[in-house]
Design a protein around this ligand. Structure first.
Ligand SMILES: Cc1ncc(COP(=O)(O)O)c(C=O)c1O
Length: 388
C-alpha cells in the first residue's frame, strides 16, 4: 500500500467531536475516520492557505467538472453542469429540501433503522415523520414495498429520504430494489431524496448504485452527494446536490439560498476538487483497508464474543451488531461498556425503534484501534453478563 492507514494521528485536543473523550476511552462512534486526508487534498489546502486572502468564495467551473468527471469515470453516470448545486452539507440539503418541497403538517417517509439526523431534519421543520421500517430476514435488510405503497398513498405524503447505501444497515441497494422504489414514488407523486454520502465506501469490487443511474429516477427524485465521508473531510463542509428536474431544482435552490447554506467557504471547493480529481488511488486503498477491518471485526465478534452477532455488510465503515441476546436495551449495555472498558459506541435505538437492541461500531481507524476495541467489547460483554 502506498498510503499508511496504520499511522497514528493524535486527534485529542484538535476540536474533534469524536475524540473529546476521557484519556482511557476509545471512541468508535461518530462517523468520521481517523485517517489523515490524502496528500493531494492536504497540498491543495496548504496552497490555498499560503495564498493568504480568504474573502468570499464561489464555485469555479473546475468544481463542476470534478463532479462530472468523477461520476462519469467511476460510475458511468452522466450529470450535466446545470443539474449541480453546491450545498454546505448533506444534512443542510435534507433540511432545506423538507422546507422546499413540503408544507408544515405534510408527511416525510424514512426507512429505519436509518441515519438519526433524518428524523431531526423533518421534526425541526414541523413536518410529520412516517416510518416504514426495513424488513429484516436473517442478516439481510430489505425495503418494505407494501408499507411504502401504503405510506406514499397518503395525500399528505410528499417526500421520502432514502439512505443509499444504508447507514447503519450497511446495505448496497440493488438496481431492481431502487427501481421498485421509483415505481411506487412515481405512481404516488412522492419525491425521493437519495442521500449518497456513503456511496464511495463500499467493498472493493462492489460499487454502489447511484439513484440517478436507475431509469425513471430523474422524474421522481434527486441525489445528495459529497466527498466528505469517504475522504474524511466532514469538518470542511462541502457537498453537492444533483437535481435533473428543473422545477424541483428551482425550489431547492431557492431554499438553500434562503437558509444560507448555498455558499462555499474558501476551502469547500478546493478540498472537494482535489479529492474527486486527485484522491482516487487513496480512496481505493482506503476501501481495502477499511473492508479488511470490517472482515476482521465481523469474524472476531462472531467467533469470540458469545451473545453478540455482527451483521455482514458491503457498504460503510459502520458495523451493525445485534446484542439482543445479552440485552433488549442496547443503551443500558453501552453505558455499562463505556463505564467499564472505555469503549464508546453508538446505540442502535437512535436510528429508530427497530434499531433498539443493536449497536454501531465505527471501523474507520487503525487496525491497532480495531483490535483494542474488539478486546474491550469482549471484556465488556463478559463483565456485563457477570453483573446481571
Ligand atoms: C447518511 C448520512 N447523511 C448525512 C451525513 C452528514 O452529512 P453532512 O456532514 O454533509 O451534513 C451523515 C453523517 O454521518 C450520514 O451518515
Amino acid at each position: 500500500m502506498k498510503y499508511d492507514f496504520d499511522k497514528v494521528v493524535d486527534r485529542r485536543g484538535t476540536g474533534a467531536i469524536k475524540w473529546d473523550v476521557k484519556e482511557n476511552e476509545l471512541p468508535m462512534w461518530v462517523a468520521d475516520m481517523d485517517f489523515e486526508a490524502a496528500p493531494a487534498i492536504k497540498e491543495a489546502l496548504a496552497k490555498r492557505v499560503e495564498h493568504g486572502i480568504f474573502g468570499y468564495a464561489d464555485c469555479p467551473d473546475s468544481w463542476y467538472q470534478a463532479y462530472i468527471d468523477f461520476y462519469t469515470e467511476e460510475h458511468g453516470l452522466a450529470i450535466s453542469k446545470d443539474s449541480l448545486l453546491f450545498c454546505l452539507g448533506v444534512v443542510p440539503t435534507l433540511s432545506s429540501s423538507v422546507r422546499a418541497l413540503t408544507e408544515v403538517g405534510d408527511e416525510v417517509v424514512v426507512m429505519p433503522p436509518v441515519y438519526n439526523i433524518f428524523y431531526n431534519s423533518i421534526r425541526n421543520s414541523h413536518r410529520v415523520i412516517v416510518e416504514v421500517p426495513l424488513r429484516k430476514e436473517g442478516d439481510r435488510y430489505s425495503m418494505d414495498y407494501e408499507g411504502l405503497e401504503k405510506a406514499f398513498a397518503s395525500s399528505k405524503c410528499k417526500l421520502c429520504f432514502f439512505c443509499n447505501p444504508g447507514n447503519p444497515v450497511a446495505r448496497i441497494w440493488e438496481k431492481e430494489e431502487i427501481a421498485r422504489l421509483i415505481d411506487i414514488a412515481s405512481r404516488n407523486g412522492v419525491i425521493i431524496l437519495s442521500d449518497e454520502i456513503h456511496g464511495e465506501i463500499t467493498r472493493p469490487g462492489h460499487p454502489y448504485v447511484p439513484f440517478l443511474s436507475v431509469p425513471g429516477s430523474e422524474k421522481v427524485g434527486y441525489a445528495a452527494v459529497s466527498p466528505t465521508k469517504c475522504f474524511n473531510l466532514a469538518g470542511i463542509h462541502t457537498s453537492a446536490i444533483i437535481i435533473p428536474n428543473e422545477s424541483v431544482r428551482a425550489k431547492v435552490n431557492r431554499q438553500i439560498n434562503t437558509d444560507e447554506v448555498a455558499e462555499p467557504n474558501v476551502f469547500s471547493c478546493v478540498a472537494a476538487e482535489a479529492a474527486l480529481s486527485k484522491g482516487r488511488e487513496w480512496l481505493r486503498q482506503m476501501r481495502e483497508y477499511v473492508f479488511a477491518n470490517r472482515d476482521y471485526a465481523e469474524s472476531y465478534i462472531n467467533s469470540h464474543i458469545k451473545g453478540l452477532h455482527a451483521l455482514p455488510g458491503d457498504a460503510t465503515y459502520l458495523m451493525w451488531i445485534d446484542c439482543r441476546k445479552i440485552s433488549d436495551k442496547s443503551a443500558t449495555f453501552l453505558k455499562f461498556l463505556r463505564e467499564n472498558t472505555g469503549l464508546f459506541l453508538n446505540d442502535g435505538g437512535v436510528y429508530g425503534k427497530t434499531g433498539d437492541g443493536f449497536i454501531r461500531m465505527n471501523l474507520a481507524t487503525t487496525r491497532a484501534n480495531v483490535e483494542d476495541g474488539l478486546r474491550r467489547l469482549e471484556e465488556g460483554v463478559r463483565l456485563f453478563l457477570l453483573d446481571r
